[in-house]
Design a protein around this ligand. Sequence first.
Ligand SMILES: O=P(O)(O)OP(=O)(O)OP(=O)(O)OC[C@H]1O[C@@H](n2cnc3c(O)ncnc32)[C@H](O)[C@@H]1O
Ligand SMILES: [Mg+2]
Length: 173
Amino acid sequence: MKIIIGSKNPAKMNAVKNGFADQEAEFVSIDIPSGVKSQPFSDEETIQGAINRAVGALKEGNGDIGIGLEGGVHETSHGLLLCNWGALATRNMEPFIAGGARFLLPEQVAERLRAGDELGPVMDEYAKMKNVRKHEGAVGIFTNGMINRVDMFTHVTKLLVGQFAYQQNQQRG
Ligand SMILES: O=P(O)(O)OP(=O)(O)OP(=O)(O)OC[C@H]1O[C@@H](n2cnc3c(O)ncnc32)[C@H](O)[C@@H]1O
Ligand SMILES: [Mg+2]
């Protein structure tokens, strides 16, 4: 099975490998554009970004499965939530989608995003670190390391792989 990951971000690549850990698979990473804003601002837009990357990866990499993982934010009456979505595309089924962890961003960070900044650079500044988005992620920083970006996207990948497996079983009868 050839799995194409629509990103070269190592946190996403490792998460996909973890999610398929018990299967014989070859992994290829290709930087696929999300087709949405670099900082998606709703669940809807983040889901679309994940689907675009999954479908694009499948085509571009000529694989059996394309995976797209996308981070975004979503405005609520409680404040700005960080949201995370994934999509799994195959040749003959509609893409599967699954959501990951959500939590409120500190107002200081939320204000920067509302003003048009991207979370990646804002997090590096806030945490006084480099490339937070490729390592623990905002989720790792704000949960004191309890859940990092790889853990979070591994969970999303397992939700995708599990739905795909369920559907395959249903079709086999
Ligand atoms: O190379 P790609 O796959 O694009 O990886 P990315 O880190 O940019 O991830 P996304 O495009 O999915 O995320 C959209 C934006 O939100 C930022 N972001 C999302 N989740 C984050 C996190 O946990 N920590 C830091 N930045 C995050 C990210 O840097 C982008 O600015
Ligand atoms: Mg990005």
